[in-house]
Design a protein around this ligand. Structure first.
Ligand code: ZN
Length: 394
């Protein structure tokens, strides 16, 4: 997701990264603070002073986001979910989780920790600002603390909006999940709220732009677009994981795969197998025992004049554990194995014998069928045949 990011530091064992997009937005925020926000709230100071305040406030903003994400991460760790790291990017921060929360309670507490930490930080910063002003501390420090206090207040409140995948939306999903015991339906409702809030921000942003507030309006517009995309992506991912969770490799694989005898000449392999079945790669096996894999890549590397005299076993590659999987393995593990090792298919091995092949095409078909079935089941009966259509003759 993030292609240009730099590691900043590590906090409680969580690696904190900063994406290039955040540096851009950080610079923009610092500039706005130095030329507009602070000169307005505290007039009459020298320009370099405003710049120092702005840099300080931008660094404070960065730490406010890290504080928020660390709160999420600490609760996640408490519930045994691995955190791959915290990344700051253009729309704030994200704690990248390796798994999904196992219970509604875990998800609710994990989501609530972020906004609560921001509200807590906001109160602390407002109090510090008041103490500073009460003891006639430097007004510049008071202004920076006050600004950071209001920023954390906004961060906390905005994230409480019940629009998935904002924290409030995750809390809503967890509450619905606990109430109705159906995570699919809970995700659908929370994602619909996220989509709706995204549209609201897009409309609001467009109106702002038309009224002349270009930067503020564009900003709302972009956040709205981002929310809608994220809500849909998260919804699809949750549904895919849900419908695939209890499927095993054996249920989806293509059984009794075409296997190439090792002594077959390459020329015959091309004629009788590659041109006929259009697979890029085939297993090489004798009496059901997998010996290796061979495909068009290995054949293409061989001089054409040698095709008649060379056996398939001479060009085949050996199979490693990355190429094979057990029939009892879960389909989600198979997908993970394929994506980490960049494989388009896996050979299914049982008791040392090749019993099937699992290909990406098998997975796509399974997913589309499963989704179709689950969507039909979740749809209310009345919607399947709208009342205004004529009943079909039976
Ligand atoms: Zn959050």
């Amino acid at each position: 997701m993030f292609s240009h990011r730099i590691k900043l530091f590590s906090l409680f064992g969580f690696q904190v990264w900063i994406d290039a997009s955040w540096l851009l937005i950080g610079a923009l925020i610092a500039w706005t603070l130095a030329v507009a926000v602070f000169p307005n709230s505290l007039p009459g100071l020298a320009a370099p002073t405003y710049w120092w305040m702005a840099v300080l406030a931008t660094i404070g903003l960065l730490f406010s986001i890290v504080f928020h994400e660390t709160a999420h991460s600490l609760v996640a760790r408490r519930y045994g979910i691995e955190i791959k790291g915290i990344t700051l990017f253009i729309f704030g921060g994200v704690a990248q989780m390796a798994g999904e929360p196992g219970s509604a309670r875990a998800e609710f507490l994990m989501a609530a920790a972020g906004p609560l930490s921001s509200l807590f930080l906001s109160g602390t910063l407002f109090a510090l600002s008041a103490i500073n002003d009460g003891h006639s501390g430097p007004p510049t420090i008071g202004a920076v603390l006050w600004y950071l206090g209001s920023l954390n207040l906004m961060l906390g409140l905005f994230n409480l909006v019940p629009a998935f995948p904002l924290d409030g939306g995750r809390m809503l999903r967890a509450a619905l999940w606990a109430w109705q015991q159906n995570i699919g339906r809970a995700t659908r409702i929370a994602a619909a709220a996220g989509n709706g809030f995204g549209i609201f921000l897009i409309v609001l942003g467009t109106l702002q732009v038309l009224r002349g507030n270009f930067i503020g309006g564009m900003w709302q517009f972009l956040i709205g677009m981002f929310l809608r995309t994220a809500a849909n992506a998260e919804y699809q991912q949750t549904m895919a994981q849900r419908v695939l969770a209890d499927v095993s490799v054996a249920q989806v694989m293509t059984p009794d795969p075409i296997a190439i005898p090792p002594e077959l000449p390459v020329s015959e392999f091309i004629e009788a197998y590659v041109y006929r079945y259009h697979h890029r790669e085939f297993p090489v096996a004798r009496d059901g025992v997998l010996l290796g894999r061979v495909g068009t890549k290995q054949v293409a590397a061989l001089d054409r004049s040698l095709w008649l005299r060379t056996g398939v076993s001479d060009v085949a590659l050996a199979c490693t554990p990355e190429d094979t999987i057990a029939p009892t393995a879960g389909i989600l593990d198979a997908i993970r194995q394929m994506s980490t090792n960049k494989r388009s298919h896996l050979f299914v091995i049982h008791d040392g014998r090749l019993i099937g092949v699992l290909s990406q095409r098998d997975l796509m078909e399974l997913l589309s069928i499963k989704l179709e079935l689950s969507l039909d089941r979740n749809r209310p009966a009345s919607r399947r045949r709208p009342s205004w259509t004529k009943a079909e003759p039976s």
